[in-house]
Design a binder for this molecule. Structure first.
Ligand SMILES: *Cc1c(COP(=O)(O)O)cnc(C)c1O
Length: 345
């Protein structure tokens, strides 16, 4: 059976064009800096984001970890959202591997950290205090609904960071979804950031890899630390070749994923037993709850939907996140809506 997989946009498989580019990639030993395909991808990423340099890394988690390790010393503190991926879903890497302490602030419903909350959480100089070193934003903010942060907000946080001698890192796993949804350039969106991580392996459909972007000095340090954590790869141009296709061919079409998410939300709003979040979707994620009188719980729905060829993931027993991507078309969306209706009516 051909499954419709809405668990995440990480499930996207490489396109035919990517597989061909991977097969034909010119490669070298990237630890020596000798892989022309990796070098090309890194130059493209840096230039698109308006930064000096970029580094291909194995995963978004590795990219965020390297950023934290470059910006912070042991015992330093990082201001992060309490619903951020860095805080919740990166296995405590900053603490375990960097000796870095998180200062989690409440993510507002719009995905932002309130400027006043940031200001009051910056530590004063005192022998008792850790040193606040870094602010991390997530764009799009996943758990707040896949909501994009605006260039204006990011600018405000960047200004605040600079005034207080802090750095700003953007976890931009889905930064291109954010840029496309707001019809702004990604360059403008990340201009206030000292460093940015974005994923090639989500909506951009590459099989593996993320990019870390920043100043030349920052990237040189990150390259050293990448080796330390075992992320120095060799003929990795076979993966970078797919990444180049992601940047050339897969960005503008993210609009389609957002349109599919709107179709899905509109369809599911008509299904008894489901309550789609009022503002959802902002980008490629639809968040919804089961109503009080829904006949099945999330685990039962996941099991039944799988029999109908639809793969889902639940946040908890009553809440779902459904993610659209390039392997789901309008016909697939109709199938999903119909399967929900059949199950719950
Ligand atoms: C997926 C994701 C990451 C990490 O990426 P991996 O490649 O899965 O390690 C980081 N931040 C956010 C917001 C993500 O969604």
């Amino acid at each position: 059976m051909e499954y419709i997989d809405l668990r995440s946009d990480t499930v996207t498989k490489p396109t035919a064009e990517m597989r061909e580019a991977m097969a034909n990639a010119i490669v070298g030993d990237d630890v020596y800096g000798d892989d022309p395909t990796v070098n090309k991808l890194q130059e493209m990423a840096a230039s698109m984001l308006g930064k000096e340099a970029a580094l291909f890394v194995a995963s978004g988690t590795m990219g965020n970890l390297l950023a934290l390790l470059v910006h912070c010393q042991r015992g330093d503190e990082v201001i992060v959202g309490n619903k951020s991926h860095i805080y919740l879903n990166e296995a405590g890497g900053m603490a375990a591997l960097g000796g870095i302490q998180a200062c989690p602030l409440e993510n507002q419903p719009d995905g932002t950290l309130a400027l006043d909350d940031i200001l009051v959480s910056i530590r004063t100089e005192d022998v008792h205090h850790p040193i606040t070193r870094l602010i991390c934003l997530e764009n799009t903010q996943n758990i707040c609904g896949g909501v994009p942060l605006t260039p204006a907000y990011t600018r405000q946080v960047g200004d605040l960071a600079r005034k207080n001698h802090l750095r700003l890192h953007v976890d931009g796993a889905r930064i291109f979804n954010s840029a496309v949804a707001q019809n702004v350039s990604v360059r403008e969106l990340v201009d206030p950031a000292d460093s940015v991580m974005f994923c090639l392996s989500k909506g951009l459909a590459s099989p593996v890899g993320s990019m870390l972007v920043g100043s030349k000095e920052f990237i040189a340090r990150a390259r050293h630390l990448r080796k330390m954590v075992g992320g120095g790869m060799r003929q990795v141009g076979v993966l970078a070749a797919a990444g180049i296709i992601s940047l050339e061919k897969m960005i503008e079409r993210l609009d389609d994923d957002h349109a599919r998410a709107r179709e899905l939300a509109n369809g599911l709003k008509q299904v008894k037993g489901l309550v789609v979040d009022a503002a959802s979707p902002f980008t490629n994620m639809v968040y919804l709850n089961l109503s009080e009188d829904a006949k099945l719980n999330a685990a039962q729905i996941i099991e039944e939907m799988e029999k109908r060829g639809v793969l889902l993931d639940a946040e908890n027993m009553r809440r779902f996140r459904l993610v659209t991507h390039c392997w789901v078309d309008s016909a697939g969306i109709s199938r999903v809506v119909n399967a929900f209706r059949e199950l719950l009516s």
